[in-house]
Design a binder for this molecule. Structure first.
Ligand code: AMP
Length: 144
């Protein structure tokens, strides 16, 4: 299973990005509206400069209170996030996410953002693949 197949099964919609100069309050609105947990930070929608996850906001709220809502995405984001390409395997991506303790990964081709995969996307794809393999094996054993 490749990242390419995961993106295809997600329907290939545009990735939601946010500019580094946007406020954390606006970024939180976008996360809530779109029901997502992370935003890729980019000025032009193509070049990735960082990633802002709900965890970054929650951590900052707990440490410093609501004042962080007036700060910018650039203040709280993780710079130069680990990324993958369409030809990477789902297993390799899952391993990087598990080892690095993060749940989002931008997909980049020729320096440009082409998608995002979450740990949920990868686990769902792997479970579907395992179910198909199980059916195929059962079919072979039962002779149909
Ligand atoms: P997440 O589990 O994705 O909500 O993120 C947990 C922490 O890891 C947050 O501080 C994120 O900014 C950071 N993070 C998320 N995705 C990545 C990534 N692909 N590379 C590096 N850090 C990341």
């Amino acid at each position: 299973m490749l990242v390419q197949q995961i993106l295809k099964s997600k329907g290939g919609g545009a990735v939601t990005t946010v500019k580094a100069g946007s406020s954390i309050a606006d970024a939180a609105d976008t996360l809530a509206e779109r029901r997502i947990g992370g935003l890729i930070v980019s000025e032009d929608g193509e070049t990735v400069v960082g990633i802002l996850s709900e965890r970054d906001i929650v951590r900052s709220l707990a440490l410093r209170g609501a004042v962080c809502l007036q700060e910018t995405v650039g203040d709280l984001m993780t710079r130069n996030p680990v990324s993958c390409s369409k030809s990477d395997s789902a297993d390799a991506v899952l391993e990087q996410m598990t080892n690095g303790r993060f749940r989002h990964m931008p997909v980049i081709e020729d320096g440009k953002l082409v998608g995002i995969v979450t740990i949920g996307d990868v686990v769902k794809a792997r479970l579907e693949e395992l179910a198909l393999e199980k059916d195929a094996l059962q079919g072979m054993i039962m002779g149909h």
